[in-house]
Design a protein around this ligand. Structure first.
Ligand code: PXP
Length: 243
């Protein structure tokens, strides 16, 4: 069975900090605590409007945290240039709309302009391993492989946040996405909307090698503490993997 990494998204530590405009709570400190508690990596999304993570957070996490960083970003000139400068080990390309509350769906690789291919090529030239956040759709996944991505991150939001009765159908759709990634020779990551209730179904998919969790994990930490929540997620993932 392949190892399954948990990457903790610390964006919403920055959301809380920004609510008062000061320095507390600090996403760099949260990253350190999450890694000490057993997380395998840290994810940060630097948005065009800098609504949570700021440039300096990203630079500091890259410099100070000795665990793989996954830099989530839109495929824009500004963000590609940023990634070329700080050279994170992983980038995840996501669609980004100013008005959205969070990333709303996978990137439409089939209809993307030529800059997406250029972004992937430039990131690869900077030794960044590129994944693309994507719907579980075979044509989209094949298109991601064709433009040179190394991995896809399957969008689990529709499964995790939709009606419970619809979950078997959504899981089957995700399974088909995992199979399409395997056929296309891509690594398969997954994330969005996952919680204690939904992580196990995804962790049981043995081709999935990384799960990225943010909002639930950080908000649950208000009640339980960040190390406890990270350890609970790691235990759920380990149990699902063994089952
Ligand atoms: N993966 C991607 C590509 C995302 O945009 C997000 C949200 O920032 C996540 C995973 C994590 O989603 P959540 O915060 O709902 O756990």
């Amino acid at each position: 069975m392949k190892h399954l990494d948990l990457s903790v998204n610390v964006d919403h530590v920055a959301t809380l900090r920004n609510a008062r405009g000061g320095t507390h709570p600090c996403p760099v400190e949260a990253s350190r605590i999450a890694i000490e508690a057993g997380a395998d990596g840290i994810t940060v999304h630097l948005r065009e409007d800098r609504r949570h993570i700021k440039d300096r957070d990203l630079e500091r996490i890259r410099a100070e945290i000795a665990a793989p960083m996954n830099f989530e970003m839109a495929a824009t000139e500004e963000m590609v240039a940023f990634a070329e400068r700080i050279r994170p080990p992983y980038c995840c390309l996501v669609p980004e709309k100013r008005a959205e509350l969070t990333t709303e769906g996978g990137l439409d690789v089939l209809r993307a302009g030529p800059f997406l291919r250029e972004a992937v090529a430039r990131l690869r030239a900077a030794d960044v391993r590129v994944s693309i956040f994507i719907e579980a759709d075979a044509a989209q996944i094949e298109a991601a492989a064709a433009i040179g991505a190394l991995a896809i991150e399957l969008h689990t939001g529709t499964y995790a946040e939709g009606p419970v009765a619809d979950r078997p159908r959504q899981l089957a759709r995700l399974q088909a996405g995992v199979a399409a990634a395997r056929r296309a020779g891509l690594l398969c990551h997954a994330g969005h909307g996952l919680s204690y209730d939904t992580v196990s179904d995804i962790a049981r998919m043995e081709e999935v090698t990384e799960i990225s969790i943010g909002h639930f994990l950080i908000s649950q930490s208000v009640f339980e503490g960040l190390p406890v929540v990270v350890r609970r997620f790691k235990a759920l993932i380990a149990a699902a993997r063994q089952a």
